[in-house]
Structure formats: C-alpha cells, structure tokens
Design a binder for this molecule. Structure first.
Ligand SMILES: Nc1nc(C(F)(F)F)ncc1COP(=O)(O)OP(=O)(O)O
Ligand SMILES: [Mg+2]
Length: 217
C-alpha cells in the first residue's frame, strides 16, 4: 500500500497489553470510527512473546486493516513485519537502525522512524523514512520508557529547521489537543490509550477525525 501523508491523520497504535478484550474487536470499532492507519505495537508487560502467536495476531489484524482500506504497520519487529506481509515497519532510535530497516523491507513498504530532535529527524530522512513520529507531546501511560515531554513546540522547531517530512505527533494526546498539534506543523496524531481506554473506541476515533477535519479548514 503506497504511503500518503493523509494516512497519518488518525494513527491508532495498540497491542494486546493495551486492551482488556480482543484487540481485533477494538480495532474494528476504531476503524468504523475512522482511524486512518494502525500500528501493532505488541510490547511491554502483558504482551505476547511467542513468535507463532505474534504472527497469528498480526495476520488477523492486517486483514481487518485491509477490509477498512488502511495500512497495517508493525512496531520494532522487522521479521514479524516481513512474515506477516505488513504494509510497513516503525523503528525508534533504540531499534534496528532506520537505514538497515529500509534495506531489509525494500522501497515499497512504509518506514516510520521516531525522532526526538531535529538532528534525529534529518537522519531519518537520509535513512529513507516515509514519516517520523515526534513526542512525547504530553505525559503518557502507554510507554514505560518514554522520554521527557517535548510538546508541540518540538514540531514547530523541526519545521523552522526546514524538516519537511510528514510528521505524526505521539504521547498522551486527547482530541482537544489536535488543533494545537496540527497548527504546530504535524500531519496527524498517533494515539494508544485515548482509543483503547475509551468506552467507545468508535466514538473516540470519530472525535479525533472530526478534530483533524476541523483543523484542516
Ligand atoms: N512506536 C512509535 N510509533 C510512532 C508513530 F510514529 F508511529 F506514531 N512514534 C513513536 C513510537 C515510539 O517508538 P520507539 O521510540 O521505538 O518506542 P516503542 O518501540 O516502545 O514504541
Ligand atoms: Mg521501538
């Protein structure tokens, strides 16, 4: 699936550790609500470690994504991304080097890279990233080893420094933050608990999409 920046609008990220019912159910509801991309981030306490179960989960969720016409991205695990026929891979600064990731997945898969500073953003561009994830915007409960909060100001700084690659903001984001984040220069927002902890993942996804559409006016 070809990468286009609007796919970054409402980027849902989750693993089984983030939900208390089948992740497939939550993903279907979020997709009905209007998420535009999904990342399987099966990581941390309570996540599935067995390779065969991770593959089965990835294939199950990829199918849902493709039923709703959205890209299926795998976090960190390049072998799982390739084995499951994912549409892309996301790597951070402590993971497989982005340039190596790009050579392993080839030119047609989507490559996302986490970038905390303008220097890391510039390196990600050189390494062939299609988008960068910048954060944490606000305090987050979803990532055990999150760095210090940088806020939307970091995105403004990257744009001032001439970084033009598509950006998704991540970290503690709620629907009321979308306007500020988009006006700072991001193409979209990435969320975990705002959807996984919601009473209705469908309504939560729809609220994010509505805010994105308002911000684009
Ligand atoms: N998983 C991510 N996805 C994004 C995305 F851009 F997709 F929103 N941005 C940032 C991260 C964080 O990536 P990383 O720093 O490697 O930590 P972890 O592997 O624990 O997620
Ligand atoms: Mg990572």
């Amino acid at each position: 699936m070809k990468f286009t920046p609007p796919q970054l609008s409402v980027y849902f990220i989750a693993g089984t550790q983030d939900v208390s019912r089948p992740l497939r159910e939550v993903l279907v509801e979020a997709a009905i609500g209007g998420i535009t991309m999904f990342q399987l981030r099966e990581k941390g306490s309570g996540s599935i470690q067995e390779e065969d179960k991770r593959l089965a989960l990835a294939l199950e969720l990829k199918q849902v994504c493709h039923e709703y016409g959205i890209p299926f991205i795998v976090n960190d695990d390049v072998e799982l991304a390739l084995a499951s026929g994912a549409d892309g891979l996301h790597v951070g600064q402590e993971d497989l080097q982005a340039a190596d990731a790009r050579s392993k997945i080839g030119s047609s898969l989507i490559l996302g890279v986490s970038a905390y500073t303008s220097e890391e953003a510039e390196q990600a561009v050189r390494d062939g990233a299609d988008y960068i994830g910048v954060g944490p915007m606000y305090a987050t409960r979803s990532k055990e080893d999150a760095k210090a909060v940088v806020g939307p100001e970091r995105i403004e700084e990257m744009r001032r420094n001439g970084i033009t690659i598509p950006i998704t903001a991540i970290g503690g984001i709620a629907a009321e933050h979308v306007k500020t984040i988009i006006s700072s220069g991001a193409e979209g927002v990435s969320v975990i608990s705002a959807i996984t902890a919601a009473e209705s993942p469908e309504k939560a996804a729809a609220a994010f999409l509505a805010e994105i559409q308002k911000a684009a006016m």
